[in-house]
Design a protein. Structure first.
Length: 886
């Protein structure tokens, strides 16, 4: 259809819907109210004739396809005032950005580096196909956190098994983009450690940084930013008029003298202009003059800084007592804050907090920030640092930081108690996170660090969660507390599939718990370590010898005999046994019984996982689905570190088992739930993988293509990581495009298929699903001989549990292709396929259809349509109708 005409803002909202953001998250991204978002969504529903948000999300990639692979570059921060002057500096910076790859705008605080950089960035958006991206480093506590902060600014979630630096490097490769890094001075080493490998890996990337100091990299191009010249008078006049003052041309000379005395510092000029309506030029000259004269003898090295300080001192002195107190006390906030937060931290009455903040904003000492949850306020970094100095001088630093910590912990605790699936939860966390990080850094509080760890895990940031739990362990007052935090850190590491990190942390927790005299916790950690080796060897870069794992298991068995330890050890023994050993099923059932007796749902889930795998390996798809669904029922609750890995694995296995059983409704439900988990939600190419496959099987091809674009954009945005298990997604979508006759789109997905991993290096059990989708395309296009060729392996040869998931689908296509190609052994193939499809309602119906086609039984073919319709497999239902018509 022809897309209706929509506004630029509606296009942005539609793109955000395509990324499955909530209304609150969209409001936060575009700095508009939730009500405004709702009105845009309503308009989009009306214009497109869409039934709901889900339909709009499916339309988004085809309607607003622009932007680099991944999330489109967000809008640059919108200045609240006009940009005045700086023609020469702007031209110099523009030329440098055109010619150099690392440009650093260097100047003192308050000189306008950020405004200048944003003006330049806004002017070059059309020169970078990959967009212009902005990262404000003010809230970043230390250099180690720079890569993660930049990854967040780029819209990149944590990538399983990759560091934040690897994620940013992957995003940059092959991209023509400008990255603006603002306020680098307090994290120079961290910025240098990011920028150097970034520019080496991405020839098309340019970095524009602002800092009070050079980065000291050999290839940086420094553009000094000094005070304003003649434009200072224009700036003063514009800001004064905005404040309500009236100036005539006769005042220009006096204004020029004031600006010169302030060394052309834009921030100092704005502070002075904001006061003009109250004190007039006479008041400015007398008030500022005395302070500035004191600086005359100290101008050689730091005059400009001194003039700004004098302007700040003078503005501060003009405030009433409440204004002074609030200005210095809100300096502890790392992010924009609301009036109620200021009241709680600054110790002022809630009824007066809003009035005081508004007055400070009128005096240009705070900046109002509009948002979906009301007006917030923020101090420019220079003023925040000034306020921090005043706070220390007043002897209030400890008390106010303690109040800030209490406010952060209160907000964090409320978030922990709230439903993390609520539409506004992520936005609430994002608005609190920088302040909680700052509070942890100031307080060195183990409790606050642990709280931040739990919140980060729920937000889908297990790597930061792991770091915070390790930080909490280092800050804990005793070994018992340290061991508990290390255990949580191990859970977060395993959730992000960092097996080696998880193993290290389990062993560290065991060592510390031993010092604490907690034999049960020691035993549990050794059992976890042994389980990792036998159950999750695929996420370990170096798998310890079996003898080492056996030693850990023996230690666990010896140290404790409580129900939990017995259950954990039984689970390890079940995973350690070979799948084809006669006693493996019995050992697994014993582990399940012990786990149930222990009352630990996580241990029971692990035991059920082994049972599910065994059932799949024996071709018992329905039984496998039953045990997989028992796991998901057991794990109801928030996705905390203790259950994070089990949750994602349980829903992943539930999806696979439902596919094996042909229960496509449950497969979709499980895949949708998996996609919504925090660990999956932040990484679309991981979270949507199984869902896309299910959509292709059911015949929801338009939706699969739309979600596939999210998958591809996320994968490319993450640097095209090699994850061979994702080949089936590319194969499925390639088959859809091939069946539709879209060769160009099919080539794109063939490129993705090659990019995620080589077919030649994959065993047969990982390639059978790809063969199935190739046959699906061939059969759809009426080329059964091609399907026969691609399905050359007899289904009897399938062995591994993963391959057996797909054997029913493969065997059904194998039989149908033989009938349609009129092979002489078609009847035999139908008979051979039936045992492999008996547990899969869809595959069994396809085999029945093949038999009916072979017998020229039109009624038999139509009968399969009813079965397939009831099974929610619309594609095969339509195919039955088409085959019956011919």
């Amino acid at each position: 259809m022809v897309a209706p005409e929509i506004s630029a803002r509606e296009a942005e909202v539609l793109a955000a819907l395509g990324q499955h953001l909530t209304n609150a998250e969209i409001a936060a991204r575009f700095v508009i109210s939730v009500r405004t978002v709702e009105s845009h969504v309503s308009a989009l529903l009306r214009k497109f004739g869409a039934s709901d948000r889900r339909a709009l999300a499916a339309l988004a990639p085809s309607v607003v396809p622009d932007g680099p692979a991944g999330v489109p570059a967000p809008e640059l921060p919108a200045p609240l005032t006009s940009f005045v002057g700086r023609e020469d500096e702007r031209a110099a910076l523009l030329a440098a950005v055109d010619e150099q790859r690392l440009v650093v705008a260097v100047g003192p605080g308050g000189v306008g580096k950020t405004r200048l950089a944003l003006a330049v960035a806004a002017g070059v958006t059309d020169r970078f196909a990959g967009g212009v991206w902005y990262a404000d480093l003010v809230p970043v506590p230390d250099g180690d956190a720079v890569p993660a902060a930049v990854a967040t600014a780029l819209g990149l979630g944590e990538q399983p098994g990759r560091t934040a630096l690897d994620t940013v490097l992957g995003w940059a490769r092959g991209r023509s983009a400008l990255l603006v890094l603002d306020n680098c001075e307090h994290v120079l080493d961290g910025v240098a450690g990011l920028v150097e490998p970034l520019l080496a890996a991405a020839p098309g990337l340019t970095v524009l940084a602002t800092s009070r100091s050079r980065l000291l990299l050999p290839f940086e191009w420094v553009v000094p930013v000094g005070g304003l010249g003649a434009a200072a008078v224009a700036l003063f006049g514009e800001r004064a008029r905005a404040a309500g003052a009236v100036l005539d041309a006769a005042a220009d000379e006096r204004v020029a003298a004031i600006c010169a005395a302030l060394d052309g510092s834009p921030l100092a000029i704005e502070l002075a202009a904001a006061r003009l309506p109250a004190v007039g030029l006479d008041g400015l000259e007398s008030g500022l003059g005395d302070r500035l004269r004191l600086l005359d003898g100290a101008r050689r090295g730091g005059g400009r800084h001194g003039s700004l300080r004098s302007a700040l001192d003078w503005s501060h002195d003009l405030l009433d007592d409440d204004g002074r107190a609030v200005l210095r006390r809100v300096s502890v906030f790392a992010a924009p804050f609301r009036a109620d937060a200021a009241a709680a931290v600054a110790g002022v009455a809630p009824s007066s907090a809003g009035r005081v903040l508004a007055a400070l904003a009128d005096d240009s000492l705070l900046v109002p920030v509009a948002g979906g949850d009301g007006t917030r306020y923020q101090a420019l970094e220079t003023i925040r640092q000034y306020g921090a100095e005043l706070l220390a001088a007043a002897g209030e630093a400890d008390a106010v930081h303690a109040a800030h910590l209490r406010w952060c912990v209160g907000g964090g605790t409320a978030l922990l108690d709230a439903d993390a699936a609520a539409p506004d939860w992520r936005g609430r966390f994002d608005r609190l996170a920088d302040d909680l990080r700052a509070a942890v850094a100031w307080s060195a509080s183990a409790e606050a660090a642990a709280l931040l760890g739990r919140l980060c895990h729920r937000r889908g940031r297990p790597a930061e969660a792991q770091r915070r739990f390790e930080q909490a362990a280092a800050l804990a007052p005793d070994d018992a507390g340290r061991a508990a935090q290390l255990r949580l850190a191990a859970g977060s590491a395993r959730s992000r599939l960092a097996g080696d990190e998880a193993l290290r942390l389990h062993l560290a927790a065991a060592e510390v718990a031993e010092r604490a005299g907690d034999a049960v916790l020691v035993a549990h950690q050794y059992a976890h370590a042994a389980e990792l080796v036998h159950r999750s060897a695929g996420i370990l870069a170096e798998v310890p010898p079996a003898a080492t794992a056996a030693g850990w298991l023996a230690t666990a068995t010896r140290l404790a005999d409580d129900p939990g330890t017995r259950a954990r050890c039984a689970v390890v023994e079940a995973f350690a046994a070979a799948d084809d050993e006669p006693g493996t099923v019995a050992a697994t059932e014993r582990a399940i019984e012990l786990a149930r007796e222990s009352g630990d749902p996580i241990v029971e889930s692990a035991a059920l996982d082994q049972l599910t795998g065994l059932r799949l390996a024996r071709g018992e798809a329905r039984a496998a689905l039953e045990s997989a669904l028992r796991r998901t029922a057991l794990l109801a609750g928030p996705p905390d570190p203790e259950r994070g890995f089990e949750l994602s694995d349980a829903y992943g296995m539930a999806t696979e088992s439902a596919i094996a059983a042909g229960d496509l409704r449950r497969a979709r439900q499980a895949a949708e739930t998996l996609r919504a988990l925090p660990s999956q939600r932040e990484v679309a190419h991981v979270g949507t993988a199984r869902l896309i496959v299910v959509m292709v099987l059911t015949g929801d091809w338009t939706e699969a293509v739309a979600v596939g674009e999210l998958f591809r954009e996320s994968w490319e945005g993450a640097g095209r990581p090699r994850i061979p298990s994702l080949r089936r997604v590319a194969a499925a979508l390639g088959a859809v495009h091939g069946a539709r006759g879209d060769a160009a789109a099919q080539d794109v997905w063939r490129d993705v298929e090659a990019g995620v991993g080589s077919a030649e290096r994959r065993p047969h059990d990982q390639r059978s699903v790809e063969s199935f989708f190739a046959a699906l395309e061939a059969l759809h296009l009426g080329r059964p001989a091609d399907a026969v060729a691609v399905l050359h392996r007899p289904p009897e040869e399938f062995r591994s549990w993963f391959e057996l998931i797909w054997r029913p689908w493969y065997a059904a296509a194998w039989a149908e292709a033989a009938v349609l190609a009129e092979l002489p052994d078609a009847a035999e193939r139908i008979g051979r396929a039936r045992p492999f499809t008996s547990d899969n309602v869809v595959a069994a119906a396809v085999v029945d259809r093949a038999a009916a086609l072979a017998a020229d039984d039109r009624d038999g073919v139509l009968a399969t349509a009813e079965t397939l319709d009831a099974a929610a497999c619309r594609y095969q239902w339509e195919r039955s109708l088409l085959l019956a018509a011919h």
